[in-house]
Design a protein around this ligand. Structure first.
Ligand code: MN
Length: 201
């Protein structure tokens, strides 16, 4: 199968002032593209894996040969994580489903508590990584974070993600990761998050 950089559903400048156009452009065309290129390079002698979607490869990571496994975790993770991330960003104001709202309140006490817990996970991730809202195999909503480009599949299915690598915010926010995290809530595509949540039911 072809491994192609996915188009975004918004223009690079449409998430401003929360995420700036230059950051979006570099993040998409350089960083995301770079992960895809290096993923394809790592699998160049493995047509069977190259023919599969990256998500499937990552979910069965033990089937990937030892000598390329870490390269697949790193670059396949970067490929998959960003592909998901772009779909849950939006320039338009959107509403979450009543079902997701009710379950977030049941799980975390309030929507505010959920956002605080997620923001803390994102802020406290040391170095580079991602914050996640997952649905685990008991169908519970869980907040967690992972290092580097590690995917969270062992813990659950992701429905919300936030990239906290410096490349995601440094041009605009420099070292102010908490401010970037706070502004992220303005550009979450809750319709898509709700759709992903429904798919886990
Ligand atoms: Mn990134």
């Amino acid at each position: 199968m072809k491994h192609i950089l996915p188009d975004l559903s918004f223009k690079y400048n449409e998430l401003e002032p929360y995420i700036d156009a230059k950051t979006m452009e570099i993040h998409h065309t350089k960083h995301h593209q770079g992960y895809i290129n290096n993923y394809v390079k790592a699998l160049k002698n493995n047509q069977e894996l190259l023919d599969m979607d990256v998500e499937k490869v990552l979910r069965q990571i033990d089937n990937v040969p030892d000598n390329i496994r870490q390269a697949v975790i790193n670059n396949g993770g970067g490929y998959y994580n960003h592909r998901l991330f772009w779909t849950i960003l939006s320039q338009k104001k959107s509403e979450m489903s009543q079902e997701l709202l009710d379950d977030l309140v049941d799980t975390f006490g309030s929507l505010e508590n959920f956002k605080n817990e997620f923001s803390n996970a994102a802020a406290k991730r040391f170095g580079s990584g991602w914050a996640w809202l997952l649905v685990n195999d008991k169908k519970e909503l869980v907040v967690t974070s992972t290092a580097n480009q590690d995917t969270p599949f062992e813990l659950g299915n992701p429905i919300l993600a936030l990239d906290v690598w410096e490349h995601a915010y440094y041009l605009n926010y420099q070292n102010r990761r908490p401010e970037y995290i706070e502004n992220y809530w303005h550009v979450v595509n809750w319709e898509e998050v709700s759709r992903l949540y429904k798919e886990t039911k």
